[in-house]
Design a protein around this ligand. Structure first.
Ligand code: GN1
Ligand code: MG
Length: 551
């Protein structure tokens, strides 16, 4: 092992001095969860400070590669905030480091410099390496204070950093990947916000060759950072041939408006359009979440019924289109395409993937990092959570095949070019609502579909998603795919008995990784049955958790 420079004394002094400006909330234990740290914004100072320290260590450990820090609480209420780290290829922080993040965040401020030093030794970080960090935040009012804290940690540890101000989460992931691939054969793009828009617009124009988007798209931006960023994207898209987009819910001035009665999470969980929606019958609508990494579509049909096109629908649409292009390009035998879902995927979507698209499906635990890793095992990995968070990954092998296949006809040539442009349009680093939105628009234009035809591909089983407040959610432990409770003992058997009582009944309970609740999912052949199954299972969970079930 190479000799490692130690933490310098003056850095330790600077860390202690900077840390002591803040106060640790009493009795609070922090944990780096599915989506980083997330909580009421006024509790976050010391957590952000710890994350700043860790970001520098992570960069040093990886020989000075750029690491990202995103300050956001996504779809949570406006008074919350949070922070997550981004690894060099724009992926989520490596699992083992989540433990270090948790350790530093819980260290007493008086000894944080020592804990930092011990950690650097334990992880074998060469402190002589450079450290580089980029960061950004969403539009939450608490963001500027938290950026100040992050700045203090990075300054104390002499880390080189760039503040990208307001960005969507996927934009920051894009920047990180661009920064680390600049000048290499894997160059991902120009590491700037403008570079991001131009990459999207250029590839969009290429895939749109010969087809036209029908009608307009109304995009609800959850009154978050996606609003101003979508407006910037539209400017660049206009120059590239355009798309008729109506931006709504883009109020980033009123601090309470964020995610309030709007946004992707609201639409998905309430299964309704935002109350402010003025969309007419069959109008194409979409909603982003607070940091613009989730996307759902919807419309109102001729009978005035709300129709949701969620992450499962985007996954099936994308998989079918890529499969079609691969066939047209004559490379379908060489590419293995897989679709990754979680247990929250509607059963009808999984049946459609297996029986109609004839593609392999795989299930992982909840949380996009699990889906992302599984997707990387395929040449083309399509992954989406039902809530609209996901993307498509292309392996190096897939890129080689797409690039190196010699077309034998103009149609084959065009299919290969379209596939190549798709690999650029899709943000392969992470699920990205703006990129996913362009992907959906492209596919609908190619198929000549309105949302009605898209909905017609299969019929969702009616489903419900409920939350149960329990005394201690940690007693609810599940199997690897989230669907079977291994603890409390006996509970799964009771759930199974109820499932059998309903036609196409499927239900499971798991402890949330982001909220202090147990989630209960249920689906069945009819809405009434799904609701009754959910009532039965929430009741069982409530009794097991010695708390009342809450809807
Ligand atoms: C049912 C559901 O939508 N769960 C969400 C939610 O996780 P929970 O662990 O269920 O709280 O937040 C995660 C982070 O955003 C997201 O990855 C996940 O899909
Ligand atoms: Mg989000």
């Amino acid at each position: 092992m190479a000799s490692q420079a130690a933490v310098k004394e003056h850095i330790k002094t600077a860390i202690s001095k900077a840390a002591l400006q803040y106060t640790k909330p009493e009795g609070k234990v922090f944990e780096y969860g599915t989506a980083g740290f997330r909580m009421k914004a006024d509790l976050l100072n010391t957590v952000i400070f710890a994350v700043g320290l860790l970001a520098g260590l992570r960069s040093k450990k990886l020989s000075g590669q750029w690491i990202g820090v995103m300050i956001t609480a996504s779809h949570n209420p406006a008074e919350d905030n949070g922070v997550k780290l981004v690894d060099p290829m724009g992926e989520m922080l490596e699992g083992a480091w989540e433990v270090y993040a948790t350790k530093l965040a819980n260290a007493p401020l008086e000894s944080i410099a020592e804990v930092y030093e011990q950690l650097a030794k334990e992880i074998e970080v060469d402190m002589g390496n450079p450290a580089r960090v980029v960061f950004a935040r969403d539009t939450r009012a608490s963001g500027s204070r938290l950026v100040g804290v992050l700045n203090a940690a990075l300054t104390a540890t002499e880390v080189e950093f760039i503040d990208f101000k307001y960005m969507t989460t996927p934009q920051l992931h894009y920047i990180v990947r661009c920064k680390n691939t600049l000048g290499t054969q894997y160059e991902y793009g120009e590491p700037s916000e403008q570079g991001y828009y131009e990459k999207l617009a250029t590839s969009f124009k290429k895939v749109m060759r010969g087809v036209k988007v029908q009608g307009s798209l109304t995009v609800d931006c959850a009154n978050g950072v996606g609003g101003p960023k979508l407006r910037e994207l539209i400017k660049v898209l206009d120059a590239a041939g355009g798309l008729d987009i109506k931006v709504v819910n883009d109020d980033v001035i009123n601090p309470d408006a964020l995610n309030f009665n709007c946004g992707a999470d609201y639409v998905k969980t309430k299964q309704r359009a935002p109350p402010s929606s003025k969309a007419g019958v069959l109008d194409r609508c979409a909603s982003l979440d607070g940091d613009a990494d989730r996307l759902v579509y919807y419309f109102v049909d001729e009978t005035n019924t709300f129709r949701l096109l969620d992450g499962d629908r985007i996954a099936t649409l994308a998989a079918s289109f890529i499969g079609y292009l691969a066939q047209k390009a004559g490379i379908s035998q060489k590419l293995n395409i897989g679709v990754i879902q979680t247990a929250y995927a509607n059963g009808a979507s999984s049946d459609y993937i297996k029986n109609v698209l004839k593609l392999p499906t795989e299930y992982t635990r909840t949380g996009v990092k699990h889906l992302h890793h599984a997707a990387l095992r395929y040449d083309v990995g399509v992954y989406f959570e039902a809530n609209g968070h996901g993307t498509v990954t292309f392996s190096e092998n897939a890129m080689k095949i797409i690039r190196n296949t010699e077309p034998q006809s103009p149609a084959q040539k065009q299919a290969l070019e379209s596939l190549l442009a798709l690999t650029e349009l899709i943000n392969q680093a992470v699920g990205d609502a703006l990129s996913d939105m362009l992907l959906v628009e492209v596919i609908l234009a190619h198929k000549g579909w309105s949302p009605k035809e898209w909905l017609g591909t299969y019929t969702d089983l009616p489903s419900t998603l409920d939350r149960v407040v329990v005394k201690d959610r940690s007693i609810f432990k599940t199997s690897d795919d989230d669907t079977i409770l291994t603890s409390p003992a006996g509970l799964q058997g009771e759930i199974d008995t109820f499932m059998l009582m309903f036609n196409k009944g499927r239900s499971f309970a798991r402890a949330s990784g982001t909220e202090d609740v147990v989630r209960v999912y249920a689906e069945a052949a009819t809405r009434g049955e799904a609701i009754n199954l959910s009532k039965a299972v929430t009741g069982l969970v409530g009794i097991a958790g010695k708390a009342d079930a809450q809807h």
